[in-house]
Design a protein around this ligand. Structure first.
Ligand SMILES: C[S@@+](CC[C@H](N)C(=O)[O-])C[C@H]1O[C@@H](n2cnc3c(N)ncnc32)[C@H](O)[C@@H]1O
Length: 283
């Protein structure tokens, strides 16, 4: 008997992560980038209406069952790389009183990059290995991706990288000090291509406001996508965002040299899509 029993609470998704699209909405995601192991169900927890956020989130979170080596990495390397933040009511939320002081976390004052949605950590581990006198924070909700990032970080013997398992806008808005970040990177965010899903897109006027608060004056927001419609949306949003100016001439920014080719970018290229980069400087 392999059919799922929908009346069994253990087969339900986690109600602490609200606004999950219906199955048909998920099928409609034309670019199903979510890794298969993101699509496991979480154990049922008792219903708490306070876990519903007041704005849509840019991810669908499932348990993301980990392989034994990822479980081991989570246990063994977590103490070195994971920075735990106090939660609000939802599983990936950040409490109002949370604090992430970069100088305390890294034990030094150095330029700081925050990557939003770091996936499996290809870009940030590469950058942190190349720039050891900079500090890096990877923010991701996908636990198996964070475990893989830790494995890579250990291989590269990185002391200048920390990982945060949380909804990135909340980390930028609540935990990081105002004007503390030199660069925010958002590479290949989920495109949420269907019209009715667009409200879930990470790059929005609200995200621009949050990024402006977190960035130092003169700091950079770097964006990349292989989804033309999202690229145009990003450019329109950021052109209109108070406190930001284009850091490129012409229609699009040149490819950011510090960005390694990830599986997502390769997939876009294989499908014949054009990769768009954008960079905006905070006033
Ligand atoms: C399409 S993947 C791209 C991953 C990576 N940037 C790359 O290029 O390989 C987008 C990632 O963003 C993460 N994500 C989406 N919204 C997020 C949020 N609000 N906070 C943290 N991570 C988020 C997803 O879990 C997913 O791993």
């Amino acid at each position: 008997m392999t059919r799922t029993d929908r009346t069994d609470p253990s087969n339900r998704t986690d109600p602490t992560e609200p606004a999950e699209p219906s199955r048909s909405e998920q099928r409609d995601q034309q670019d199903p980038r979510d890794q298969p192991d993101q699509r496991q169900t979480l154990p049922y927890k008792s219903f708490d209406p306070r876990t519903f956020r007041d704005k849509p989130v840019s991810f669908v979170r499932r348990s993301g069952r980990m392989t034994p080596s990822q479980e081991r990495a989570w246990e063994d390397l977590g103490p070195r790389y994971l920075h735990e933040l106090p939660r609000g009511h939802a599983a990936t939320s950040v409490a109002d009183h949370a604090s992430l002081e970069p100088a305390e976390v890294f034990g030094r004052v150095a330029p700081l990059v925050v990557e939003v949605g770091s996936g499996q950590g290809h870009a940030i581990v590469h950058a942190a290995s190349e720039l050891r006198d900079w500090d890096f924070i990877a923010v991701e909700v996908f636990r198996a991706g964070l475990a893989r990032t830790m494995i890579r970080a250990e291989w590269a013997d990185l002391a200048n990288l920390r990982l945060v398992e949380a909804n990135a806008p909340e980390v930028l808005e609540r935990a990081l000090p105002e004007h503390s970040v030199d660069e925010i990177w958002v590479f290949f965010p989920d495109p949420w291509a269907k019209e009715r899903h667009k409200k879930r897109r990470l790059v929005s006027p609200d995200f621009a406001r949050i990024a402006a608060r977190a960035l130092k004056p003169g700091g950079l927001l770097r964006l990349a996508t292989d989804w033309e419609d999202y690229a145009e949306h990003m450019r329109e949003t950021m052109d209109a965002a108070p406190g930001f100016a284009r850091d490129f001439a012409g229609e699009w920014a040149p490819r950011f040299e510090g960005r390694v080719l990830t599986a997502f970018e390769q997939k876009g290229i294989d499908k014949g899509r054009v990769i768009r980069d954008l960079a905006y400087r905070s006033a």
